[in-house]
Design a protein around this ligand. Structure first.
Ligand code: AMP
Length: 281
């Protein structure tokens, strides 16, 4: 695996690879890699000639400075995991390398996609994501880029970014990878205490039970049911649970056969904020 920390050096390497006609599969990450990330990477490796991965904890997508400070980082462990999946190229730039300007002023407009859920509770988050992902796409010039449905709203925003900016690549959505007990894998899980980790599967369990109530309850009734379930567990602080359509991510009032729906949750367990989602159909 070749490791680069400057834009110029990675571009030179990639220009050579492109000359040889190699296709590039790209997985952008913030590091602290786990099996969820590695699943995306194995697929990218299989579907392309070269696997490129970026590890960059993007400061401008954090609206909470504590969250940024405490975000887990272990580049040496990451490198070993990347070698294990046959990663060809790691791009791990510094903040100054990604943002040479004093202040990032680029602004995107994702309309209603960014006014709900993560967009509502984390102001500026998706703009920060879009800025870094667009820059990474420009640097890596991938044929395909792989994103997890764990961050479904982010995936939708990236698909919109590709559309509005006419970016020449394919976005490949990948299913959520879970621990055997159902907890969605996440770098932030590392920050849970053993007691919190033992309680965390309650999130996915509740989502599954919510789906099983679909035939007897309306979306609003299910939302209230989930709220009540979390009220009974003081270790958790529910930020939101929403049921939306799968395209525009707007709340649905009733079940409609033709509209795919997803339940989205954000919940604090201790001081760790976890997100997850589940398809109602
Ligand atoms: P992150 O490092 O958290 O920014 O994640 C990098 C990429 O990995 C994003 O596209 C995430 O959606 C994806 N990802 C993270 N965790 C999972 C998971 N448990 N299952 C599927 N994809 C994931």
């Amino acid at each position: 695996m070749e490791t680069f920390d400057t834009v110029l050096s990675v571009k030179q390497f990639l220009a050579n690879a492109k000359k040889k006609g190699k296709s590039i599969g790209f997985v952008p990450t913030m590091g602290a890699l786990h099996e969820g990330h590695l699943t995306l990477m194995r697929r990218a490796k299989k579907e392309n000639d070269l696997l490129a991965v970026s590890v960059f904890v993007n400061p401008i997508q954090f609206n909470n400075p504590e969250d940024l400070k405490k975000y887990p980082r272990d580049i040496e462990k990451d490198k070993a995991l990347l070698e294990s999946v046959g990663c060809d190229l790691l791009f791990a730039p510094t903040v100054d390398e990604m943002y040479p300007e004093k202040e990032v002023t680029e602004r995107f407009d994702f309309g209603k996609l960014e006014t709900v859920m993560e967009g509502a509770f984390r102001p500026g988050h998706f703009n920060g994501v879009a800025v870094v992902v667009k820059r990474l796409f420009n640097i890596i010039t991938p044929d395909k880029a792989y994103f997890g449905e764990k961050d479904f709203q982010q995936l939708t925003i990236i698909q919109q970014l590709v559309k509005i900016e006419n970016l020449p690549l394919e976005i490949v959505p990948c299913s959520i990878v879970r621990e055997p007990d159902g907890l969605a894998m996440s770098s932030r899980n590392e920050r849970l205490t053993p007691a919190e980790r033992a309680m965390a599967p309650f999130i996915h369990k509740t989502l599954k039970e919510a789906v099983s109530l679909k035939n007897e309850k309306s979306p609003q009734e299910i939302i209230q049911w989930v709220i009540n379930r979390f009220k009974a567990k003081p270790e958790f602080r529910l930020e939101y649970f929403e049921i939306t359509d799968a395209v525009f991510l707007q709340s649905v009032k009733r079940w409609e056969k033709k509209v795919n729906t997803i339940g989205f949750i954000a919940v604090f367990l201790g001081d760790v904020r976890l997100i997850d989602n589940i398809r109602f159909y």
